[in-house]
Design a binder for this molecule. Structure first.
Ligand code: FAD
Length: 271
């Protein structure tokens, strides 16, 4: 779709060229930006031109550039020592993706779009990944992805900030995980997506997305009892309501899946 309000597209050479405002927005793959009218957008800054390395590995962290394509993330060869890597494909397949989105959409664009059903948000929140946020002035700060997405189409970024990368702790990739997801129709947008993760120290985190406006994480020192898990779920006070699922249905399936995940993790089974 033509964005008729856009009068300027900047092709930056350095981060200093990424000068943003309420009307001048970062451009990732463009699959969301060009999918509907954006009356408030007057300019775009094409982050793809910065040529960030899509994936950089250190002993403790797998760093994903915001401009890494979702497809590229799925192409990282599977490693037996990273059982949680399986979540990458499961979450990527949770997107209602056309050929165009599969080949254009970026990991950062998905997170920054801040849809409750943002599948990369589900993945990265479930792995306790950290968002690295930049501004043009050289500022850098970090926020847990689970807190970076603050609500429906809202993030913790200010208008002059942009997402540089996302850091996945290697210890999260080494964790045991369990995954459940449902949509009202076969290829529909997620109604709920629940990820359970048990780290090497036994700690368990259950991350609920798609059924809530923003990610919700429930943390336990070990595998909780059914009652402890149910009590923690009682603390979720808002269940999302849109054409992809009614709140009572989303709550019911989220509770069911969280309990299934609890049983799976307590049985020591694979994801
Ligand atoms: C028909 C359709 C169905 C969809 N269904 C789903 C679905 O079921 N689940 C799902 O998760 N998504 C869904 N999406 C959204 C899809 O995930 C997005 O189109 C895609 O992930 C956005 O990535 P992009 O790189 O193309 O972002 P863009 O379109 O380039 O940008 C999206 C938004 O993020 C901002 N942005 C991009 N990169 C950055 C950055 N580095 N820093 C700060 N802000 C940034 C842009 O300014 C813009 O506001 C759907 C989209 C369409 C068109």
């Amino acid at each position: 779709m033509d964005l008729v309000g856009v009068t300027q597209i900047t092709v930056p050479r350095t981060r200093g060229d990424v000068v943003l405002s309420a009307g001048v927005r970062p451009l990732g793959g463009g699959s969301w930006l060009f999918s509907e009218q954006q009356p408030e957008v007057t300019g775009l800054v094409d982050l793809m031109a910065l040529g960030w390395e899509p994936v950089v590995e250190t002993p403790d962290t797998l760093t994903i550039a915001a401009t890494c394509l979702i497809r590229e993330l799925t192409e990282i060869p599977l490693r037996p020592e990273w059982p949680a890597q399986e979540l990458v494909r499961l979450c990527a397949d949770s997107l209602l993706m056309s050929f165009k989105i599969w080949n254009m959409a970026t990991v950062g664009g998905n997170v920054c779009t801040a849809l409750p059903a943002g599948a990369m948000t589900s993945l990265l929140a479930g792995l306790d990944a950290v968002a690295v946020i930049w501004d043009a002035e050289g500022g850098e700060r970090r926020a847990a992805v689970a807190e970076f997405v603050t609500g429906v189409r809202t993030t913790a970024m200010g208008p002059e900030e942009f997402l540089r990368s996302i850091e996945i702790p290697v210890k999260s990739l080494e964790a045991r995980v369990a995954f459940r997801r449902i949509a009202l129709s076969n290829l529909g947008r997620s109604g709920t997506l629940v990820i359970g993760r048990q780290d090497a120290d036994g700690a368990v985190v259950v991350t609920v997305t798609a059924s809530t406006p923003a990610p919700v994480q429930l943390r336990f020192d070990g595998v909780p009892t059914a009652a402890e898990l149910a009590h923690a779920l009682d603390g979720i006070d808002v269940w999302y309501d849109d054409p992809h699922g009614a709140p009572d249905w989303r709550e019911a399936v989220s509770r069911l899946y969280a309990e299934q995940i609890r049983v799976e993790l307590s049985a020591g089974g694979a994801a």
